[in-house]
Design a protein around this ligand. Structure first.
Ligand code: PLP
Length: 450
């Protein structure tokens, strides 16, 4: 057999692509990357792309941050790897847990590490099952989430994810219940105000809890802004209305902040932007500014006390990953938190978010086929519609958002097609000039497609 020659052909020959629209790759070839410069990535042919997708929401400090690379190198030199079991863990792990509780919205707390956001969500579910069983409620196993939620790809986190594509795996598992997505523009009924829409969703939540039996529900998981669902901020007053219902039935509320954590929405946490207090936070992605695969469950004080009491009863929490609390990951995370919070990156998001919104809104208003702009901070989506007045979506096998994203790629701009939307979530290091480059290329791509 002769081996394929080009990078693109070699990529096709040997890769089983995940989450990849094959017709798009077939039409334009895979983009094989070699390095990055700030918010840009560069391919094997020397082409530069402004990555308005931040890799996968995570490369918030750009692709060549020297301080982060130095922190990684220093820790690889000092102590290149260890776990967090059997009463042994690295000094970096201790320092990171201390830091995470300090920057969390909780006054006290405890941290458990994983290698990814999916594993952190799975870990949280296991913790809840373990906790409820230990407290004499082994029947409390059902998990409430929402349609369009994205919580990961492992069997449990995929069951929590509210996307029809998981049906090919025979998921969700029984006991994972999906409530209405809080997207007023798309799911609001004729004549319904946003407040009435929120009230309807909260009634649905309480009716579901009553129907299923409050003592069968283990927890409620929600992203403060649904990310991979297409950047969907909650409808007005949503979390303020949801929290009292959960409290009434003793159901823990878990904020999946894998995307929204560490500054993406303009505050350290999405729950701060939307003014609610969860019982635990799931973190990943920005936690290491994308330089190390790492996730964390951050338990707030009360839940931490209960889980700790459950663990003490059997003298062990039988769960963990080989690389849980990896010292290099922890050293990078410590540096990443410092860089984002103290070297002006989070401030840059706060400062430039209104400019980003304004530029995208102007593009929406000029386009005949962009029906909605939604988002917050540095996470936005433009929704393509055939008819703006009726909000009728486009149809077709290669979706219009894929075609827009492909046209952007041809112009040297990476953005993500999600459903009928184009998503923009640039790295926090973005400058005004780079933002203008996004506006210019996106608008040219829209003109090409429509
Ligand atoms: N939770 C949310 C909100 C996410 O956006 C993601 C990934 O995009 C995950 C969980 C899963 O994280 P990972 O891909 O690291 O498993």
């Amino acid at each position: 057999m002769t081996k394929p020659q080009s990078w693109e052909a070699r990529a096709d020959e040997y890769s089983l692509y995940g989450f990849t629209d094959l017709p798009s790759v077939a039409s334009r070839g895979a983009v094989v990357l070699t390095h990055g410069e700030g918010p840009y990535v560069v391919d094997v042919n020397g082409r530069r792309y402004l990555d308005a997708n931040s890799g996968l929401w995570n490369m918030v400090a750009g692709f060549d941050h020297k301080g982060l690379a130095e922190a990684a190198k220093a820790q690889y030199d000092r102590f290149p790897g260890y776990h967090a079991f059997f009463g042994r863990l690295s000094d970096q792990t201790v320092m990171l847990s201390e830091k995470l509780v300090e920057v969390s919205p909780f006054e006290r707390g405890k941290v458990f590490y994983t290698n990814s956001g999916s594993e952190a969500n799975d870990t949280m579910v296991k913790m809840l099952w373990f906790l409820h069983a230990s407290e004499g409620n082994p029947q409390r196993r059902k998990i409430l989430t929402r349609w369009n939620a994205y919580h990961g790809v492992t069997v449990v986190s995929a069951s929590m994810t509210g996307k029809p594509y998981n049906e090919v795996f025979g998921l969700p598992l029984p006991g994972f219940i999906h409530l209405t997505c809080p997207h007023f523009w798309r799911y609001g009924e004729a004549g319904e105000t946003e407040e009435q829409f929120t009230a309807r969703l909260v009634r649905e939540l309480e009716d579901t809890i009553r129907r299923e039996g409050p003592d069968t529900i283990a927890g409620f998981f929600a992203e403060p802004v649904q990310g991979a669902g297409g950047v969907i901020p909650p409808s007005k007053g949503y979390f303020q209305a949801v929290l009292p219902i959960l409290r009434k039935y003793g159901i823990p509320m878990i904020a999946d902040e894998v995307i929204t954590g560490f500054g993406r929405t303009g505050n350290t946490w999405g729950c701060q932007t939307y003014g609610f207090m969860p019982d635990a936070i799931i973190s990943s992605k920005n936690l290491t500014a994308g330089l190390f695969p790492m996730g964390a469950v951050i338990l707030g004080g009360d839940l931490a006390d209960r889980v700790q009491a459950a663990v003490e009863k059997i003298e062990e929490f039988p769960h963990g990953f080989t690389a849980s609390g990896h010292p290099v990951g922890c050293a990078i995370a410590l540096k990443a938190i410092d860089v984002v919070m103290n070297e002006g990156l989070a401030d840059n998001v706060k400062r430039l978010a209104p400019r980003l919104e304004e530029g995208l809104r102007a593009i929406m208003e000029r386009s005949e086929h962009i029906g909605e702009l939604r988002g917050v901070g540095f996470m936005w989506a433009l929704e393509a519609v055939r008819d703006k007045a009726t909000r009728t979506p486009f149809d077709g096998s290669l979706s219009v958002s894929e075609r827009i994203a492909n046209a952007c790629t041809d112009l040297g701009l990476i953005c993500r097609p999600l459903g009928q939307s184009i998503v923009l979530c640039p790295p926090f290091v973005l400058t005004e000039a780079q933002m203008d480059e996004i506006f210019d290329k996106l608008e040219r791509a829209l003109r090409k497609v429509f």
